[in-house]
Design a protein around this ligand. Structure first.
Ligand code: PEP
Ligand code: MG
Length: 571
């Protein structure tokens, strides 16, 4: 029997490979290392290594950018800054004085910084401790002359308590089959990269990681979180059946790619992608995405030590819009605050960050950030079809104020003689109950609504979206939530505007049926979910969908609705 472990499946798919342990142990190398006789010479060894590693990183970043792997490039760019940070060279010198060993000093210095990150309250910053250690190790390995391990034949499943993002970023897609992470963070850079590459992944395995050895054959199921180390032939055969089905499903989904999302009697809906960088549009197109319903522009701002200027933003937005090839590309203005802080925007300590200074509230007060972003999007709009979407709006006044900012941005562009589009649609995320209730009025002003169920569910039900203890209450089928959604869609349709959805509910095929019946015009989701949603839509008629919705709206309980929808058999 295999050794069986369980974690939390975060990226679905069954994968087979051999374990490659991330977090190589350097102890043996450090013991054999011969430092220079004079301490100053040893300091120079460390200083030279910093320069060399930074130069190598610049080359790798250029290569990644050429391949349009922007997300990986941005992470390594942050690493480069950690290498070149003047504070680090001072700290390394101090550590050389203490240890007389350049590689030891580098590891100790970055470990000190990593510990500092770990103390931080915010999960995003805590996860950056891994990046610090990754950088320290990279430099130490350079000094010790350690080459990366050969992968050899077959695919690997990378496993580690913490996995350095550079490990995942550096492995080619035909070599990496899966990821197993000991700690539970889904916002770690390793998982962010795995998501954009649709690599089956499991997190939160804990100390059980120690039961795995380099080269162990392993099977993982990214849906259930099951891990089988050293599977028997019978177990392997069992999973081979699953993999075969997965391959068949993939082939079937590939066939669906060019087909429209249309009910059996002709009601259509646009299936679009949620993205974090222009590179994601290419991956999304492989799943048949028709444009972008949510470009989370805060990703353009993250991983940088300084505010990206108008020009830099313009390039990113333009690339995404061009890649949409005539389909609409909706760019959400930065949704900072809440769970997404930035080092260069001081939000300060807040009792309730999710109810605090965030998103449109920051943008409206910080013209210095908002206007350049709006100008960048308006300019990029010349290269295709663009939409601007404001997050966290709670009233008409906020939308009007944002609209005024757009006008101001246009005036500035006109003065500067820069080209911009006058046809950019303006819409809002409906992700607060206040906005949802006010949609009959808001619909008179906006061009579109996009329902953000991730937040709408949490604010309507007063259930923190990230709190596992109360996750049983977090249900997008809750009747209170459904009523707000229905109201929003109907309000838009009544005013001749369109309503879409970009929260996670949009990727639930069972939800798609009732959303279609409510009259939704667009569903935007992480691209790998598109085929199963499309399949569901193609299997019902609008009349059936309407009957199902009528039944659902009579039900009193979210779990009852969820279970009922699961039982619906469509063709
Ligand atoms: C949402 O709230 O549904 C949404 C799409 O925004 P985010 O998940 O970025 O908060
Ligand atoms: Mg949101």
């Amino acid at each position: 029997m295999a050794e069986k472990l369980k974690g939390k499946g975060v990226i679905s798919g069954v994968a087979v490979g051999k374990i490659m342990l991330a977090g190589q142990n350097l102890d043996g190398y450090l013991k054999d290392y011969k430092p220079k006789k004079k301490i100053e010479e040893e300091k120079k060894v460390a200083a030279d290594a910093l320069v060399k590693v930074a130069t190598n990183l610049v080359k790798t970043i250029e290569d990644l950018n050429k391949k349009d792997m922007k997300e990986q490039a941005a992470i390594l760019e942050a690493h480069r800054m950690m290498v070149e940070d003047p504070a680090m060279s001072g700290l390394i010198d101090e550590k050389v004085d203490e240890t007389s060993s350049a590689p030891r000093a580098v590891l100790d210095a970055y470990e000190t910084q990593a510990k500092m990150f770990e103390q931080m309250e915010d999960e995003y910053f805590r996860a950056r401790a891994v990046d610090m250690r990754d950088v320290g190790k990279r430099i130490a390995k350079f000094i010790l002359g350690i080459k990366e391990p050969e992968i050899g034949e077959g695919k690997v499943i990378v496993a580690g308590m913490e996995i350095e993002p550079s490990v995942i970023a550096g492995l080619p897609s035909d070599k990496i089959a899966g990821v197993i992470l000991g700690q539970g963070s889904t916002t770690s850079h390793a998982i962010i990269i795995a998501k954009t590459r649709a690599i089956p992944s499991i997190v939160g395995v804990g100390d059980a990681i120690e039961k795995m050895a380099d080269g162990d054959p392993v099977i993982i199921d990214g849906e259930t979180g099951d891990i089988l180390i050293r599977p028997t032939a019978t177990e392997r055969a069992e999973y081979d059946v699953k993999i075969k089905k997965q391959e068949e499903l993939k082939a079937h989904y590939a066939e669906l790619k060019e087909k429209p999302a249309i009910t059996t009697d002709g009601q259509t809906v646009v299936l679009a992608a949620n993205i974090g960088s222009p590179a994601d549009v290419d991956a999304a197109a492989n799943y048949g995405a028709e444009g972008v319903g949510l470009f989370r522009s805060e990703f353009v701002f993250m991983g940088k030590t300084d505010i990206p200027q108008e020009e830099e933003q313009f390039k990113e937005y333009r690339a995404a819009i061009e890649k949409c090839k005539g389909h609409l590309c909706v760019i959400r203005t930065m949704d900072i605050g809440g769970d997404k802080p930035l080092p260069y925007i001081q939000v300060g300590q807040e009792e309730n960050p999710f109810l605090g200074y965030r998103a449109i509230r920051i943008s409206l007060q910080r013209e210095d950030l908002f206007i350049p972003q709006l100008k960048a999007i308006l300019r990029a709009g010349v290269y295709g079809k663009a939409g601007i979407m404001f997050p966290m709006v709670i009233n008409v006044a906020e939308f009007k104020a944002a609209q005024e900012m757009v006008e101001k941005a246009k005036i500035e562009l006109a003065h500067e003689g820069k080209d911009y589009s006058d046809n950019v649609q303006l819409g809002i995320m409906v992700e607060t109950p206040a906005a949802a209730v006010m949609t009959p009025i808001l619909a008179k002003y906006v061009d579109f609504f996009s329902i953000g169920t991730n937040d709408l569910v949490q604010y309507t039900l007063a259930v923190d979206r990230g709190n596992a203890q109360i996750s049983y209450l977090y249900n997008h089928f809750n009747p209170a939530v459904l009523r707000l959604i229905k109201r929003t869609i109907e309000s838009a349709n009544k005013e001749g505007k369109w309503a879409g959805m970009c929260g996670e509910m949009a990727s639930d095929p069972n939800a798609a049926i009732i959303l279609m019946a409510m009259g939704i015009k667009e569903l935007s989701m992480s691209a790998p979910s598109i085929p199963r949603v499309k399949e569901k839509i193609r299997s019902v008629s609008s009349i059936e969908a309407k009957e199902i919705l009528d039944k659902v709206m009579e039900m009193e309980d979210g779990d009852e609705i969820r279970n009922y929808l699961k039982t619906i058999k469509t063709i």
